[in-house]
Design a protein around this ligand. Structure first.
Ligand SMILES: [Zn+2]
Length: 154
């Protein structure tokens, strides 16, 4: 059996990582966060039909990917786990699952890095972060009930 890994023992690599998730309150565009609107610019005030009076909604955002420059280190351990395509452990199939994990001298025994999170140069690591961040920002995470067309409220 021949095992090929992207990185080798003693390679120096830059890991990339992502911060957690956080929520941000997005003000309703229809009522500008007030929760109420006036009907046809008259004195009559009604609850905003778009946000149901809440003034907006919470949006989950992912923190940006970044290069962990302080974790730049040398690979001291490579863990490879490969399952046979037909392997069944009595509960589930593993479908030939492959997992490559790495330990760095800089982050110690408590941290396992996935293969695709390690890069030989800081430039390559940054390029991957930029790619992932662009992908995240283009995702519209608004709940579907907020997206309604044909609003004639002003
Ligand atoms: Zn509203």
């Amino acid at each position: 059996m021949k095992i090929t890994t992207k990185h080798n023992l003693k390679d120096f690599v830059y890991p990339i990582s992502q911060g957690g998730y956080y929520s941000e309150f997005i003000s309703c565009k229809t009522c500008e966060g007030k929760g109420t609107i006036s009907v046809n610019n008259t004195e009559k005030i009604i609850r905003c039909p778009d946000c149901c009076g809440s003034g907006g909604h919470k949006e989950w955002k992912a923190d940006k990917w970044y290069v962990c420059k302080e974790s730049y280190g040398q690979i001291g351990r490579v863990i490879v786990e490969i399952y046979d395509e037909k392997y069944y452990d009595g509960k589930k199939y593993y479908d030939g699952k492959k997992e490559y994990k790495y330990m760095l001298d800089s982050t110690g025994i408590g941290t396992l890095w996935a293969e695709d999170s390690l890069f030989a140069s800081v430039g390559d690591a940054q390029t991957e972060c930029d790619k992932k961040n662009l992908l995240n920002s283009s995702k519209d995470k608004r709940p579907s009930y907020v997206q309604k067309g044909g609003s004639n409220a002003t």
